[in-house]
Design a protein around this ligand. Structure first.
Ligand SMILES: C[C@H](O)[C@H](O)[C@H]1CNc2nc(N)[nH]c(=O)c2N1
Ligand SMILES: N[C@@H](Cc1ccccc1)C(=O)O
Ligand SMILES: [Fe+2]
Length: 297
């Protein structure tokens, strides 16, 4: 927390007694309260992904995992990780209870603070849980914050979120799709081949395999308006993955003022998650096998 953070405004009753909750939803990481099971869940998830991701996740992600020493055993201390972040890209991890209101989330990103859930899933939730936990937020999102271009993209996204929030819900929906198809489920072309950088993929064993190997989903070249106008699912593997050529390309593509883009998108219907357009740069046209029929969001 830096000095500008609002002082504690209320206390939050938990099974550990009172935990200070700041206006920005930030709590202290209760590292001493993690159980042995919590640490074992971290170690199990870490080992599984550490074995699976070489050759699947992009080099920048794998380098970040090593740099932070996320596999040193047990749940990492945010204070230790912040020492590394603070001296590289100036980001800071803040522990939170869970999902934050959109504008609170954007404000954190706009100030280079990444919110990380302080709690980790239970052993029986190893393969699926409904909202982001410590493993998703920390293992999935934090390693790439050491990459300068990606770190700048995340802060710019936060600033854009504040702007979209002020414009209205349609703009916010368009912007959330951009986050979904890049930060959460993005793929990237590299010299070694197509690789993963999305946090939602690298933190999931099943999707780390499916996103690159399955013939079912489409894999389509990233386009800003294409992504912002495409619906997505929140409870199945993705039907379409969008592929960037570099983090620089992503950062440059999102540099223009989105205000006119939001206006233009508001005039046209959104694409379904599984659509393939004539204008698409198609790497894989999926065979759609196993696609659930539940509605897109
Ligand atoms: C902004 C966008 O709606 C997105 O779902 C946000 C909402 N609030 C969040 N809050 C937390 N703590 N972490 C997140 O990833 C998000 N995602
Ligand atoms: N350029 C976007 C802000 C943004 C930057 C990077 C990612 C996403 C959004 C805007 O004007 O709203
Ligand atoms: Fe996430």
């Amino acid at each position: 927390m830096n000095s500008t953070t609002p002082r504690r405004v209320e206390h939050h009753q938990t099974d550990r007694g009172y935990v200070p909750v700041y206006a920005t939803g930030v709590v202290e990481q209760p590292w001493a309260d993690y159980s042995r099971t919590d640490h074992e869940v971290w170690d199990t998830l870490y080992k599984r992904q550490r074995e699976l991701l070489p050759g699947r996740a992009c080099q920048e992600f794998l380098a970040g995992v090593e740099r932070f020493g996320l596999g040193d055993g047990g749940i990492p201390k945010f204070a230790d990780l912040n020492k590394v972040l603070g001296t590289t890209t100036g980001w800071e991890l803040v522990a939170v209870e869970g999902l934050l209101p959109d504008e609170v989330f954007f404000d954190h990103l706009a100030h280079r603070r990444f919110p990380v859930s302080w709690w980790i899933r239970k052993p029986e939730q190893l393969d699926y849980l409904s909202e982001p936990d410590l493993f998703h937020d920390l293992f999935g999102h934090v390693p790439l914050l050491l990459n300068p271009v990606f770190a700048d993209y995340m802060q710019a996204y936060g600033r854009g979120g504040m702007k979209a929030f002020a414009i209205g819900p349609e703009a916010l929906m368009n912007l959330t799709r951009l986050y979904w198809y890049t930060v959460e489920f993005g793929l990237i072309n590299t010299k070694e081949g197509m690789r993963i950088y999305g946090a939602g993929i690298v933190s999931s064993k099943g999707e780390s395999i499916y996103s690159l190997d399955s013939p079912s989903p489409n894999r389509i070249g990233f386009g800003l308006e294409r992504v912002m106008s495409t619906r997505y699912r929140i409870d199945t593997y993705q039907q379409t993955y969008f592929v960037i050529d570099s983090f620089e390309q992503l950062f440059e593509a999102t540099r223009p003022d989105f205000t006119p883009i939001y206006a233009a998108l508001g005039e046209q219907p959104a694409h379904a998650a599984g659509d393939v357009l004539d204008s698409d740069r198609v790497f894989t046209r999926g065979n759609r096998e196993g696609w659930a029929t539940n509605a897109d969001t």
